[in-house]
Design a protein around this ligand. Structure first.
Ligand SMILES: [Fe+2]
Length: 560
């Protein structure tokens, strides 16, 4: 009998569910994609009662597994490792309330999934779940493992050695020392949302100089046991806090640059320690800090490992998958490495046609949807691209994407306007895998999950200005035709027209909203934004009056 293991993340933020059957990842999705509430819930102790019931139910439904048929449910937090619970649950910033809710989680899950036996729920230590989401999903039989996070039960980091699916923990830094919380804290100081907008600090950093690096080096430093110290810093020493509506000044960019640079240095030192202990050539990473693609790229370039692999849902959402893989392994199932991030919801062509008919919008089924979209993009149109199963993790990888022409510099501002984002935020390119080395270097290729930054080679920066960040880099997604045949065909069709095998690819969503997930979200997004064309599976909806989206009678003429 196949083992069926559901994983859930419910404690801090980004609630999510994943289903593993016989060691194989069948489904994984974040709760926010269903509830349309960014990050799923507020990251406070008293929201821990919420369980990701919609994503969990979808996981079971899509695999036709009834709740009573589950062999185990992995919950990615172990209350036995948390600080001892006090009588007063309001003490210690509600820490005891959080622990109490986690202890009751089997009953909450039984309510959400009628028929579930609460006795099958197993608690997996938070950072073991993060670690398993990397080493059991990565394409390595053995590797070093590094988890860098805000916090778990009582630690913020894990360094380990994985061999044949078994993890040996070599170091775990105890709280309150936390690189993730240092980064979160400066995120709040710079006027962004903590535990949510850390990537904006990373983007802002490239506009500054690491002017305060000396002070950061004194306060945040590694220790000889594989861990680190992170003393509290009063950020006001360096720059005043940014209040809502205020502009960032150069001191703020310098502060972001200093924290970013120190994070990279500490990451390199931790990796060096881990490399010496394990002797492994490959490193698998997870935890929220692993989503810092500038730091991961520095580690790839300057660190001791030949290969660095980051799980695409490296944040807390990924612990649903990691927990499920860990428990499945414990039940005796060898894990099958992750084949891709398209693990969320998808619809058949007939279902998509039903949604379009229901919306009453005129649509067509062109002979080749890739060609039709490439034509619109080459005419400087913006295309909302909805195809296949939704991505697990924060990056759009050609399933729920907004696509545009990278040759037009103004498309950066245009897309940031569509998405209601700050203008300092870069947009990223997707590129055909076999052409990537000619255009980008300084980062791993292939890079299918858009988790590393690369340098744009001389001669190409001027050709694709919309995707070149202020520091001359780009966070690329390489597209392998064997893995993503339709997206590869789209890139080829665009290249035939323009000579450029690159497209701007940013997530399909509008300001402050989770990524588009279902056809209704896609239609609402198309209806409320100046997008020229909506592609849904094999169907195309053109914006009335859009010059870019006009049907081309003889595309072969342009292709010549
Ligand atoms: Fe975490």
């Amino acid at each position: 009998m196949p083992e069926r293991v559901l994983g859930v993340n419910a404690v801090f933020h980004d609630p999510a569910s994943a289903l593993v059957v016989d060691g194989r990842i069948v489904a994984a999705a974040e709760e926010e994609r269903f509830t349309r509430r960014k990050h799923g819930k507020i990251p406070v102790a008293f929201s821990t009662w919420e369980v990701p019931e919609r994503s969990a139910r979808w996981c079971l439904d899509t695999a036709r597994v009834a709740a009573h048929e589950l062999d185990a449910v992995a919950y990615s937090y172990d209350p036995a490792l948390a600080p001892a619970r006090s009588e007063d649950v309001t003490a210690d910033e509600w820490e005891s309330l959080r622990t109490l809710y986690v202890e009751r989680a089997p009953l909450f899950l039984q309510s959400a999934l009628p028929g579930l036996d609460p006795a099958v729920v197993r608690f997996v230590p938070h950072h073991v779940a993060h670690a398993a989401s990397a080493y059991l999903a990565a394409p390595f039989r053995s590797c070093a493992v590094l988890v860098l996070d805000g916090r778990g039960e009582c630690a913020s980091h894990l360094a380990g050695h994985a061999r044949e699916g078994q993890l040996v923990v070599l170091a775990a830094q105890r709280l309150p020392q936390s690189l993730g919380l240092v980064y979160e804290s400066v995120t709040g100081h710079l006027g962004f949302k903590r535990a949510s907008d850390e990537y904006k600090v990373m983007a802002l950093a490239s506009y500054g100089r690491p002017a305060f690096l000396g002070e950061l080096r004194d306060a945040v430093r590694t220790t000889r046991d594989g861990g680190f110290m992170a003393e509290p810093l009063d950020w006001r020493r360096f720059a005043p806090p940014v209040r809502p509506g205020e502009e960032w000044r150069s001191a703020h960019a310098d502060l972001a640059a200093s924290v970013q640079r120190r994070l990279e240095e500490v990451l390199l030192e931790l990796a060096q320690w881990l490399h010496e202990r394990t002797g492994e050539r490959a490193l698998a990473m997870a935890g929220g800090v692993a989503l810092n693609c500038v730091a991961s790229s520095r580690l790839w370039r300057d660190g001791p490992f030949d290969e660095v692999w980051v799980q695409p849902a490296a944040g807390d959402a990924g612990t649903a998958l990691g927990g499920a893989l860990y428990v499945a392994r414990d039940l005796g199932d060898a894990a099958t490495p992750m084949a891709g991030a398209a693990l969320g919801r998808g619809w058949s062509d007939d279902e998509l046609a039903g949604w379009l008919d229901g919306a009453g919008v005129p649509y067509e089924r062109p002979p080749d949807v890739a060609d039709a979209a490439a034509e619109t993009i080459a005419r400087n149109g913006v295309v909302a691209w909805f195809d296949g199963r939704a991505e697990y993790g924060p990056r759009a990888l050609g399933h729920r994407s907004l696509l545009a022409d990278p040759r037009n510099r103004a498309n950066l501002e245009r897309l940031n306007d569509v998405k209601g984002r700050e203008q300092f935020r870069p947009v990223a390119p997707m590129v055909l895998l076999d052409r990537a080395p000619e255009i980008f270097d300084g980062g791993p290729i292939p890079s299918p999950y858009m988790l590393f930054t690369h340098r744009v080679r001389d001669g190409w920066s001027e050709r694709i200005p919309a995707v070149v960040h202020v520091d001359g880099t780009a966070r690329i997604q390489t597209v392998d035709p064997a893995e993503e045949p339709l997206v590869a065909r789209l890139l080829r069709a665009f290249e035939r027209r323009t000579g450029v095998p690159v497209l701007v690819n940013t997530s399909l969503n509008t300001a402050g909203r989770p990524m588009v997930d279902d056809p209704r979200d896609a239609l609402e997004c198309f209806g409320s934004t100046p997008v020229d064309m909506l592609v849904m599976g094999p169907f195309v909806v053109r914006r009335p009056g859009s010059a870019a989206a006009v049907r081309q009678a003889r595309p072969e003429v342009l292709a010549a």
